[in-house]
Write a protein that binds this ligand. Structure first.
Ligand code: MN
Length: 474
C-alpha cells in the first residue's frame, strides 16, 4: 500500500494517482530535503494542496511528478510514455518555470522581468500549471526554515512580489493571505512580531461584541425568514494589517475591518435583505457600504460590505454573500475547476479567457504600480508586448506590432488571408498598434488570398516581412 489513501475520492482516477505516486517516489529515491526528510514528501504535500483545492486527477498526478524532470534522471520521453500527453505537459510547464532561474545572466532586475515574462507564456497555456506552481511554492514557504537565511529572503521576496499577487489576481484570497504572512515573518521578523502582538491585544475587546451581534442578527434573520447558511468571523491577516497601518499611518483602533463578521446566505436577493436587517439594528458609517455584487472587484470578488456602529460603540465590518460568492472569494478560479461540479468544456474555456484577462490586467498593474519595476520600463517589457488569442494563448510580439504581425505569428495562411481584426471585441484597422494584454481576433476572408504590398509599410516582425515578400512573389 502506498500513501495515496489521502486522495481517496470516487470522483478521482485512483489508478492514475497511484501510478504517479509510485513513479515519483521511485524517481526521487535516496534524495533528501534540507530538513532531512525524503524529497518525495514535498511532492506529496504539493499534491495534497491540489487535492484540497478540489483539482482534477491529472493535476494531482502532475503535482506528485512535478519535480521529476528537473531533479531526477527521468527523461521527457519516459514521462510522456508513462503518463500521456496531458500529465506530461503540466509537468513540463512547471519545469520550464523552474528553469527560468538558471537562464539569463543579465542584472538581477532584468532577469526578474524576463522570467516574469516567460512565466506568463508558460502559464497562459494551461492555467493548471499555475495551481501546481502555487501549491509547490506554498509548501516551500512552509518549510523555508531549513534553508540558509539569504536563500530564505530571496524566495520570500519573490513569493511576496510575484506569487501572492498572482494568487490574488486569480481570486484565491485564502492562499494569498497564507503566502503573504509566511513571507512577512521571513522578510520583516520584528514587524511581524509587533503586528501579531497588536492584534492579540485588540482582539480580546472585539470578540464579545461580535458574539452579541451574531446572536441578535440570527434572531432577526429568523423573524424575517432569511435563511442563514453560515455565520462566522474572519480576523485580518497580519501582513494585510501591517500594510494598512503603514499606509494610513493610523492606530489599530481605526482599522475597522480587523475582524469582520461574515454572513453567508442562500440567494443573491437574500444578501440585500440581510443588509437591511443589519442596518435596522446598527447604523452604518457613511461611505462604508460597498456593493461588490453589483460591481465586482477586478478579480471577480463579490460581496456586500458594511461597517456599523455595533453594541457599546464598537465599530465592526460585516460582509454578506452567498455560498458561491464565498467559495469564489476563498478559492478563486479553482472553485470553478472543482471536479465535483464537472463544468462543461465551453464554460471552462470561458473561465480560462477570463483568467488570462485577469492576468493581463495584473501584469499591467505590476508595471504601473510597483516601484521596483518602474525603472525597468526601458527593458524587456518595453520592447515586447503580450497579446492573447481568443482561446487564451499568449503571443509575444515586439512593441508596435500590428494585427498583421499577430496573424503571421500564428500561421502564414492566417496572415495571408487577414482581412480585418478585432481587439477586445472592437474593430481596428490593420495598422493598429497592439497593446499589452489585449485579446486579438483575426478575421480572415476567402477572397483575401495574398498579402498586400502596403502591409510592408507598418509590420514590425521580420517573420511578417519575409512572409509578405514571399507571398507577393508568388
Ligand atoms: Mn517542487
Amino acid at each position: 500500500m502506498n500513501g495515496t489513501k489521502i486522495f481517496e475520492d470516487k470522483n478521482l482516477d485512483q489508478e492514475l494517482i497511484r501510478r504517479a505516486y509510485d513513479f515519483g517516489e521511485k524517481a526521487h529515491k535516496g534524495q533528501l530535503r534540507k530538513s532531512g526528510e525524503p524529497y518525495f514528501n514535498h511532492c506529496l504535500e504539493t499534491a495534497k494542496f491540489l487535492y484540497d483545492w478540489g483539482l482534477d486527477s491529472v493535476t494531482i498526478a502532475a503535482g506528485l511528478l512535478h519535480d521529476t524532470l528537473e531533479d531526477t534522471n527521468i527523461t521527457p520521453a519516459e514521462l510522456k510514455n508513462e503518463f500521456g500527453e496531458k500529465t506530461f505537459l503540466l509537468v513540463e510547464g512547471i519545469s520550464k518555470i523552474g528553469q527560468l532561474k538558471l537562464k539569463n545572466s543579465a542584472s538581477p532586475k532584468n532577469k526578474f522581468v524576463e522570467n516574469l515574462r516567460k512565466m506568463f507564456l508558460v502559464m497562459s497555456k494551461d492555467v493548471r500549471v499555475v495551481f501546481i506552481k502555487l501549491a509547490d511554492r506554498l509548501h516551500n514557504m512552509l518549510t523555508i526554515e531549513y534553508l540558509p537565511e539569504d536563500k530564505q529572503k530571496r524566495i520570500a521576496r519573490e513569493t511576496l512580489e510575484i506569487f501572492a499577487p498572482l494568487a490574488e489576481r486569480l481570486g484565491m484570497g485564502r492562499l494569498k493571505g497564507d503566502l503573504e504572512d509566511l513571507c512577512f515573518a521571513v522578510l520583516y521578523p520584528e514587524e511581524y512580531q509587533e503586528t501579531k502582538g497588536l492584534m492579540k491585544g485588540q482582539l480580546q475587546n472585539v470578540e464579545k461584541t461580535l458574539q452579541e451581534i451574531e446572536k441578535t442578527l440570527r434572531k432577526k434573520m429568523e423573524q424575517e425568514k432569511i435563511e442563514v447558511i453560515d455565520m462566522h468571523h474572519r480576523v485580518k491577516r497580519f501582513y494585510s494589517l501591517y500594510c494598512k497601518l503603514r499606509l494610513k499611518d493610523s492606530k489599530i483602533e481605526k482599522i475597522y475591518d480587523l475582524v469582520a463578521l461574515r454572513v453567508i446566505v442562500k440567494k443573491k436577493e437574500d444578501c440585500y435583505a440581510a443588509l437591511g436587517a443589519v442596518h435596522s439594528f446598527w447604523k452604518p458609517l457613511i461611505g462604508r457600504i460597498k456593493d461588490y455584487i453589483a460591481q465586482p472587484k477586478p478579480n471577480g470578488y463579490q460581496s456586500l460590505h458594511t461597517t456599523v456602529f455595533g453594541p457599546e460603540g464598537y465599530i465592526v465590518e460585516i460582509q454578506i454573500r452567498t455560498r458561491k460568492m464565498h467559495e469564489e472569494a476563498e478559492y478563486g478560479l479553482v472553485a470553478h475547476w472543482h471536479y465535483k461540479s464537472l463544468p462543461k468544456i465551453d464554460t471552462l474555456a470561458n473561465e480560462q479567457i477570463k483568467w488570462v484577462k485577469r492576468l493581463a490586467t495584473w501584469q499591467k498593474q505590476v508595471l504601473d504600480d510597483k516601484e521596483f519595476l518602474r525603472d525597468l520600463k526601458t527593458d524587456v517589457f518595453n520592447k515586447r508586448i503580450f497579446v492573447f488569442t481568443p482561446k487564451g494563448d499568449c503571443i509575444d510580439l515586439p512593441l508596435g506590432a500590428t494585427p498583421i504581425d499577430f496573424a503571421y505569428q500564428i500561421h502564414t495562411e492566417l496572415g495571408d488571408s487577414c482581412n480585418g481584426a478585432e481587439v477586445d471585441g472592437k474593430w481596428v484597422s490593420l495598422n493598429y498598434e497592439l497593446q499589452n494584454g489585449q485579446v486579438v481576433k483575426i478575421i480572415s476572408s476567402k477572397q483575401q488570398k495574398n498579402p498586400r504590398r502596403d502591409w510592408l509599410e507598418f509590420v514590425k516582425t521580420s517573420k511578417a516581412k519575409s512572409r509578405i515578400k514571399q507571398g507577393l512573389g508568388r
